[in-house]
Design a protein around this ligand. Structure first.
Ligand code: NAD
Ligand code: UDP
Length: 314
């Protein structure tokens, strides 16, 4: 039996991962404290015979019998991870220690959802896994960036010292259905603003770039990484098609046929200037590359938010 634990399973990515693994015939245990995740994301799974939900905070130990652990628990939006910065560090550090301790004890394979944020404001472009990053250790993003850097260190040390079978995926900006309306990340903010006819808030001059990956592509790659034998080195997962934030705002206004205007808001401190993954390693080792282009993915996401906002009105 393929028994799988997904921490953060009620969140945006975690809920899609629950769906995919159940479809593949796995037995899924979802653990979440509902800080930034919602029962609505997994409600359709409640009657599934191979799905279990446990309300639990991973900063406390938990004892379960599983074969694989996907450790996704951690708020990912700057709005959410800065809300309680100390808790964010605890989730990445104590949470990852707890999950690694569990993996060691029950001999489970474990995957960490790390992030492109470990590269900070990158001095190298596009970012390869060999780049060590440029991270401010004392800024408002540090709780997330440094927390994930320590989590990566822990993964490698448990691997070297205790032979734990580890995987590290460095996820670049991913978007799609089930992002929360109040998530605060750029794609959901812009779509919700455009659909409501509200001003679209571009922070700074909008020349900063990100590379946006559609959720289904990302979930495929996460599962492929977990299932690849001996693949313990960190791997970048994302879509290398780079876009400025201003271009993204214009595209979303066009695709939603919105009358919204773009307004400028101050750029938050330490906001990375450029970000784009080099995905050669994922291509070589996994034979993976994203299939869904930005426009196609945005249309799916817009359709999701349109329905969600309509339901909210009723
Ligand atoms: P999300 O906020 O939607 O999901 C995170 C989930 O973790 C939520 O359900 C939340 O309630 C849960 N959680 C948070 N702290 C917890 C704790 N202490 N104990 C138990 N559960 C807890 O975010 P997401 O976009 O789905 O991100 C999932 C993971 O992927 C995170 O680890 C994030 O750092 C990583 N990641 C995501 C992206 C992206 O673009 N979506 C990019 C890089 C990395
Ligand atoms: N951003 C923006 N308007 C918003 C939300 C975000 O211009 O309403 C910008 C933000 O300053 C950053 C980029 O969009 O430059 C991506 O932000 P997000 O919070 O989605 O992710 P991250 O900065 O962690 O990549």
């Amino acid at each position: 039996m393929n028994r799988i634990l997904i921490t953060g399973g009620a969140g945006f990515l975690g809920s899609h991962l629950c769906d995919s693994l159940l479809e593949k015939g796995a037995d899924v245990v979802c653990v979440d404290n509902f800080f930034s995740g919602y029962k609505d994301n997994i409600r359709h799974l409640f009657s599934h015979p191979y799905f279990e939900l446990i309300r639990h905070d991973i900063i406390h130990p938990i004892f379960l019998e599983v074969d694989k652990i996907y450790n996704l628990a951690c708020p990912a939006s700057p709005l959410h991870y800065q809300h309680n910065a100390i808790k964010t560090v605890k989730t990445s550090v104590m949470g990852t220690i707890n999950m690694l301790g569990l993996a060691k004890r029950i001999k489970a394979r474990i995957l960490l959802a790390s992030t492109s944020e470990i590269y900070g404001n990158p001095a190298v472009h596009p970012q390869q896994e060999s780049y060590w990053g440029n991270v401010n250790p004392v800024g408002i993003r540090s709780c997330y960036d440094e927390g994930k850097r320590v989590a990566e260190t822990l993964m490698m040390d448990y691997h070297r010292q205790n032979n734990v079978d580890t995987r590290i995926v460095r996820i670049f900006n991913t978007y799609g259905p089930r992002m929360a309306i109040n998530d605060g990340r750029v794609v959901s903010n812009f779509i919700v603003q455009a659909l409501r006819g509200e001003p679209v808030t571009v922070y700074g001059d909008g020349t900063q770039t990100r590379s946006f990956c559609y959720v289904s592509d990302l979930i495929d790659a996460i599962i492929m990484t977990m299932d690849k034998e001996g693949f313990t080195q960190p791997v970048n997962l994302g879509n290398p098609a780079e876009s400025t934030i201003l271009e993204l705002a214009e595209k979303i206004i066009k695709l939603t046929k919105s009358s919204s205007k773009i307004i400028r808001k101050p750029l938050p401190s330490d906001d990375p200037v450029r970000r784009c993954p080099d995905i050669s390693l994922a291509k070589e080792k996994l034979g993976w590359q994203p299939k869904i282009g930005l426009e196609e993915g945005l249309l799916e996401t817009i359709a999701y938010f349109r329905e969600k906002l309509e339901l909210k009105k009723k």
